[in-house]
Every structure is written in C-alpha cells, then in structure tokens.
Design a binder for this molecule. Structure first.
Ligand code: FDA
Length: 302
C-alpha cells in the first residue's frame, strides 16, 4: 500500500491544477472568506461547530505574515457578525515564526486580543518538529501574560509528547490531540501505526488526569472507540471530537446524532492549491487516503 501512496504523491506535480482542485474540493471550503462562512454555517445547521483555518504557512516575507494576520481579523469579524459557532486555528510559520519571531508574537498577540474581545477561542496548530519548542515556549509565555483563550496541539507520534504534557500541566492547557501529520525521523517519532495509537491513548489519559480540556482529533475508528470508552472521564474534564472537513462525513454525522460535540476543521484561502499539493506530497499516506477516497466516490460500491 505504501508503494501506491508514494506513486500517487510523486505523480501530483504533473496532475493539472484543475484536477488537484477537484481532488482537494471536499477538504477545503474554497478560496474566499465567503466560502468559509457558507461552509461553517452549513456545519452549524447540522449540529457541528467549526475551526476556521486561513491557508498559508512558512512565509518568506514579513508582509505575507501581515496579510495572513489581516485575514484572521477578517475571519474573526465574520464569525462575530454571522453569529457562527466557530473558533480559529493559526499556524505560527504563517505568522512569520521562521522569518521574524518577534513579529510572529506581535501578530499573534493582536489576533488573540481581537478574538478575546469577541469571545472566540484561538488554537495554535502544531507544525513539524522544527517548530515544537518555539510553539510551546510562545504558548507558555502567552498564558503567563494572562491570555487564556488560547490552546495548543500535541502530536501523539512524537516521543516527547507525554513529557510535554507533564511539563505543561501547571497551565492546564486546552489541547487538541492528534497523531501528527508530518513525516518525522524515528529518533524523535514513533513510526508504527499501533505504537502511535498506544501513544495517543496514553497521551489522552495523561491529559485527562492533568484536568486538561481535550479535543480528540482523529478519524481512526479504533481511537474513536478508545475515546468513547472514556466519555464519563472526558466529560468531567471537558472534551470535544474533531475531524477534518470532508473526511469520514457519515461517521461524523453519527457521532453528532449520538450526542457528541464535534468540531470540523475548515481550511480556506487563496493558497488552496499550494496547500493541497504540499500536504499530499509531505505525507504520501494522506495522498493515498485521498486517492482511495476519490476512487470510492468515482466507483460507487467499491
Ligand atoms: P488515520 O490516518 O489512520 O485515518 C483514519 C482514516 O480516516 C483513514 O483510513 C481514512 O479513511 C481517513 N482519513 C484520514 N485522513 C484523511 C484525509 N486527509 N483524507 C481522506 N481520508 C482521510 N496534524 C498536525 O500535525 N498538526 C495539527 O495541528 C493538526 N491538526 C488537526 C486538526 C484536526 C481537526 C484533525 C482531525 C487532524 C489534525 N491533524 C494535525 C492531522 C492529524 O495529525 C492526522 O494526520 C490525521 O488526522 C490522520 O490521522 P487519523 O488519526 O485520522 O488516523
């Protein structure tokens, strides 16, 4: 199966933009804020909350970071104006983490002020391992400065994550727990599916024990089962389930019908093409999921 995934990922740059667009369409709200508003309001009407993500990451000029920050202010204003049940997720590299860390902090602080005035929560996405320390340090420093409406993401695939949970426990952080989408070396990350699953469950238990609010972000049925088995404890700490737009949509509906809070991650923006291509190439496993999903849509009953 890995061969299939790598073959799909390698073929992507020669695939015409219009086809990448069709492949990416279920997973991205569209190019504009209007697209995101429409998709979020449909999700809300179906009993799901949303996280809005402005596409853009690893910028090379400070002006691009300012453009992304401005798009977040527009998204926050739209969420308030439309009364949407949504929060936002930001990527620190899109706000200039690698270009100018001070600018990144200043732009994020402004986004947090705006969001807090509108009572909207902000989650800092976790990117590849070159950003983990800087992300956790910035998170701690923001919390110590009194910013409370902000949360982080921890990746079960990283060997360090249980230690990070312990180190952060004094802050009782709000954590989105996911497997981790980036391909990392075995020196720092678990590689086998079963080991990552075990780590995910251990991290989930550690977060609940530390009294943290947890957002369990997975489409993995086995992990969903482990999560549902823990609902009484999770309810006490505060929990929600999270999924990506367009992924396991029917399962998401069933979870909502069973009374679980479900939040859908809604990416939008002009950079949808670059984003889709990079995500698919960075992790051939994702390219494989998408290609199989496409085949499923094209060949009903497959
Ligand atoms: P797994 O990969 O085993 O997927 C289970 C099943 O779901 C697959 O068999 C397939 O059917 C389906 N599936 C999963 N992903 C799919 C896709 N992209 N397209 C089509 N089908 C798919 N990572 C990170 O490093 N930093 C972050 O900040 C975030 N943020 C984040 C937010 C939210 C709301 C979610 C749901 C996920 C993330 N992730 C993330 C991504 C996460 O780390 C992980 O890579 C994916 O969720 C896939 O892992 P699963 O646990 O879903 O299992």
């Amino acid at each position: 199966m890995r061969l299939f995934d790598h073959a799909v990922a390698r073929a992507l740059p020669v695939v015409p933009r219009s086809i990448v667009g069709r492949v990416a369409a279920p997973y991205i709200a569209g190019a504009t804020l209007e697209d995101a508003r429409r998709v979020v309001s449909e999700l809300n009407a179906n009993g799901m909350s949303a996280t809005v993500d402005v596409l853009g990451e690893e910028i090379t000029h400070p002006e691009s970071a300012e453009t992304i920050a401005a798009a977040y202010h527009e998204a926050l204003a739209a969420i308030s104006t439309d009364g949407l049940d949504a929060n936002v997720s930001v990527k620190l590299t899109a706000l200039g983490l690698h270009v100018d860390p001070e600018l990144c902090r200043a732009l994020l602080t402004e986004v947090l002020r705006d969001a807090s005035a509108r009572k909207i929560f902000v989650r800092i996405d976790m990117e590849d391992s070159s950003t983990t320390d800087a992300t956790l340090e910035l998170y701690r420093s923001l919390r110590e400065d009194g910013q409370d409406g902000v949360g982080i993401v921890l990746q079960a695939a990283l060997r360090r994550t249980l230690g990070d949970i312990e180190a952060l426990s004094d802050l009782r952080p709000s954590v989105r727990l996911c497997k981790g989408i980036y391909v990392e070396p075995s020196a720092i990350a678990f590689q086998e599916r079963e080991v990552i699953r075990k780590s995910f469950v251990a991290c989930l238990d550690a977060l609940v024990d530390a009294g943290c609010r947890v957002a369990v972000a997975t489409h993995d049925e086995w992990l969903l089962g482990q999560t549902l088995d823990r609902i009484p404890r999770l309810e006490a700490a505060g929990y929600e389930l999270q999924m990506l737009l367009g992924v396991r949509v029917q399962r998401g509906r069933e979870l909502v019908a069973a009374g679980h809070p479900l939040r859908i991650y809604v990416p939008y923006g002009q950079q949808w093409y670059e984003y889709s291509l990079r995500r698919l190439q960075e992790n051939p496993g994702v390219a494989g999921h998408v290609a199989k999903d496409m085949l499923g849509r094209l060949v009903p009953g497959r």
